[in-house]
Ligand binder design. Sequence first.
Ligand SMILES: N[C@@H](CCC(=O)N[C@@H](CS)C(=O)NCC(=O)O)C(=O)O
Length: 313
Amino acid sequence: MPKIILHHYPESPFSEKIRLLLGYKHAGYQAVTVPVIMPKPELLPLTGGYRRTPVLQLGADIYCDTALIARVIDELLPEGTIYPPGNEATVAATARWTDSVFFRSCVSLAFQPQALAENELFQDPAAADAFFRDRAALTGGSSLAMAARTALPLFHNHLGNLDRQLAGSAFLFGNQPTEADFSTYHCCWFVHRNAALAGEFDPYANLRQWMSVMREFGHGEQEAIGGEDALAAAAAVSPRVAEGQSLEALDGLRPGERVEVMPTDYGFDPVKGVLMQSSVEHLSLLREDPQVGTVAVHFPRVGYQVTRAADDG
Ligand SMILES: N[C@@H](CCC(=O)N[C@@H](CS)C(=O)NCC(=O)O)C(=O)O
């Protein structure tokens, strides 16, 4: 079994969701720190164009998006599953809403001028300019932006609901954490870690108590490696080729066809390859790269679109 490699950076909220899950699972893993902005020359040979953070690598298998990464980790380390039977629909719907709408409100709050005042990156005007240009390119054509006056009531509305719900149970859906707890935590972490915003949590004692329990999971046993080591790990092995499963009746695409996949929300960078596996849960492409050879790139179905590759007519 190849080692787990997490491509992340410390300030990334979605990376925090996965670091904390790896901590909860007592996982040992290797971690590559990726650049906060483009270019990402040691990541894109693996993903084929997907630039969002984090990415999980198992040898020559590359997993994009925390909705899928969390599933893969839970399958590898099933003890204390974060997908307990009986709450499938509510956990999935809560995690997806939290990672999109609630996350957007948190981004809006964290990027207000008063919240950026103490942030080192934004003290250097050239670095700040490069960051905002990069994020404008990432979110161009999307509906990610939310005005702070819209975000703040939404944020407090949800914090109030969380606080009331957590009065009755240790975690959102009972006595063990689910994916919804990890999604909620990374959003709260992103706002709470900012000294100018931490006071927003003052009225919510149950939520703060839950955050300190979640924080205790830690980040697992993390070993830092370089991006070139991760590329070498992919080049050294072949992807775990799965049997072609077809969803042709639903999307008109057959395994073996050249396709392109990209997010439906933001970061519209298509990844091209040959469709290897397709189900209502996820999609896998095989692609060739001059640096790493054959890799399989995996995406969740929810939040991604797949079409026949334009260059194939
Ligand atoms: N739906 C994605 C969202 C990932 C995401 O938006 N990550 C942010 C960082 S927390 C990002 O990619 N920012 C731009 C970048 O890192 O290049 C997931 O769950 O992984």
